[in-house]
Design a protein around this ligand. Structure first.
Ligand code: C2O
Ligand code: CU
Length: 450
């Protein structure tokens, strides 16, 4: 896989091509598709003018293959190559992207799908992968170069003005009445959150972040996907032959827009949805043991209006956090960080771990979003169960690697710290990550239960 400058038609004519950074000249990069249990070997060549790495988002790789510069490897210098090699332990929908200068490198088009197939996938008529992204384009369809500006850093990140699916502004997709599609959604945007409304169709969620979940209809009928999150849907095309179903993104109030149409052909494939089973086989994840868990509190704060939310939530934050708040104000004034995890903004390369976990033990993190903004929080090297939100147990105890936290929300997650090494733990709004909202969770090398 070669990372280099390229050009692509993001927007239809009369616009010309947009200069991008791309893997193998395409946006998204090539689909990497293997079977569960296969071993992947990817030789990455860096033909950019700056250092890069590749991170295999959501894949439980050994630490040295995780693609985090200065933490798990030396960055790949221009002109150099690096070989990533690891086993595809979990089946599911994953993706890859650089972990170096991510706001720019991902924002300019470096990302691609990584699909790990189950030995026995669910039966469908067709499988589709949609990598969603948005771009901030100028009037001449060039990517605006205002990456990392202070406004984006302090608010909800770099939200673009042009949404693409698989690197193209979508128009419509031809479907057939009665057809069953497995739709793999991947949000590769720097910052945009999607809430897709499939109108009269009734999507069923069968996997989140690659991990199977009890099949269910999405809450309020909206398919919500924060940056880096994935969702596998079963979508039965129940529209009338010849009709069009418009998919609308409703996440930002007042800014709803038509994403694309599903155009039902005149010819009918079958009279109604098939009755094929939709449950996916479980992946080999260790089940958290809550009776024997190590518990930690994690508070996210900072950003625009952060002081207000901190004051509001002050009662429940404890002394440590309010001490952190003062530190935060100082840091923010000195421009050393805008977002904080437990009072620390990570802005350099060398990172002391926020937490050190004994290998093999269950860890429960009680996370508080003490900000006025959403944050998709991602942990490397592990998938975790989402146990509760604001004290209410989740209906599906879903496995995720990236959990979207609403403003002021408290989310409890649990996982077995079974993958030794130093793992990134960060917000996947890339501007928030760049402005401090990241840290390292260390899983110590030896099994301390023995
Ligand atoms: Cu998708 Cu730390 O990464
Ligand atoms: Cu964030």
């Amino acid at each position: 896989m070669r990372a280099a400058l390229g050009r692509t038609h993001l927007v239809p004519g009369p616009y010309g091509e947009t200069p991008v950074w791309a893997y193998n000249g395409t946006v998204p990069g090539p689909e990497v598709r293997v079977r569960q249990g296969d071993r992947l070997r990817v030789i990455v060549e860096n033909a950019l003018d700056e250092e890069t790495t590749v991170h295999w988002h959501g894949v439980r790789t050994p630490n040295a293959m995780d693609g985090v510069p200065h933490l798990t490897q030396e960055p790949i210098a221009p002109g150099e190559t690096f070989t990533y090699e690891f086993d595809a332990v979990d089946a599911g929908t994953f993706w890859y992207h650089p972990h170096q200068n991510s706001t720019v490198q991902v924002g300019r088009g470096l990302y691609g799908p990584l699909i790990i197939e189950e030995a026995e996938p669910v039966r469908v008529d067709r499988e589709l992968t949609w990598i969603l992204d948005d771009w901030r384009l100028t009037k001449s369809a060039v990517i605006s170069d205002d990456f990392g500006n202070r406004h984006d850093l302090m608010h909800n990140g770099r939200i673009g003005n042009t949404v693409t699916i698989n690197g193209r502004v979508p128009e419509s997709i031809a479907v057939r009445a009665g057809e069953r599609v497995r739709l793999r959604l991947i949000n590769a945007a720097n910052a945009r959150i999607f809430a897709l409304d499939f109108a009269d169709l009734e999507p069923i969620v069968i996997a989140l972040d690659g991990q199977p979940v009890t099949a269910h209809a999405p809450a309020n009928g909206l398919v919500v996907l924060g940056p880096a999150m994935r969702m596998d849907l079963i979508l039965d095309m129940t529209g009338r032959p010849g009709s069009r179903t418009t998919v609308v993104d409703r996440f930002y109030q007042g800014l709803e827009y038509r994403l694309l149409d599903l155009a039902h052909a005149e010819a009918v494939l079958r009279g109604g949805p098939p009755d094929w089973p939709v449950e996916l086989p479980a992946n080999p994840l260790a089940e958290p043991d809550l009776r024997d868990a190590i518990r930690h509190e994690v508070t996210f704060n900072g950003g625009m209006m952060g002081q207000m939310v901190m004051a509001e939530m002050g009662g429940s934050m404890g002394d440590g956090a309010s001490g952190g708040m003062m530190g935060n104000m100082m840091n923010m004034m000195h421009g050393e960080g805008i977002w904080f995890i437990n009072g620390k903004a990570a802005t350099g390369h060398v990172m002391d771990p926020l937490l050190t976990l004994p290998h093999g033990r269950t860890c429960v993190l009680t996370m508080t979003n003490a900000t006025a903004w959403h944050h998709p929080i991602h942990l490397h090297g592990h998938s975790f169960r989402v146990l509760s939100r604001d004290g209410q147990p989740t209906a599906h105890r879903e496995w995720q690697d990236t959990v979207l936290m609403a403003p002021r929300e408290k989310v409890e997650i649990a996982f077995v710290a079974d993958n030794p090494g130093d793992w990134m733990f960060h917000c996947h709004i890339l501007e928030h990550q760049a402005a401090g909202m990241m840290g390292v969770i260390r899983v110590s090398g030896k099994d301390e239960r023995i």
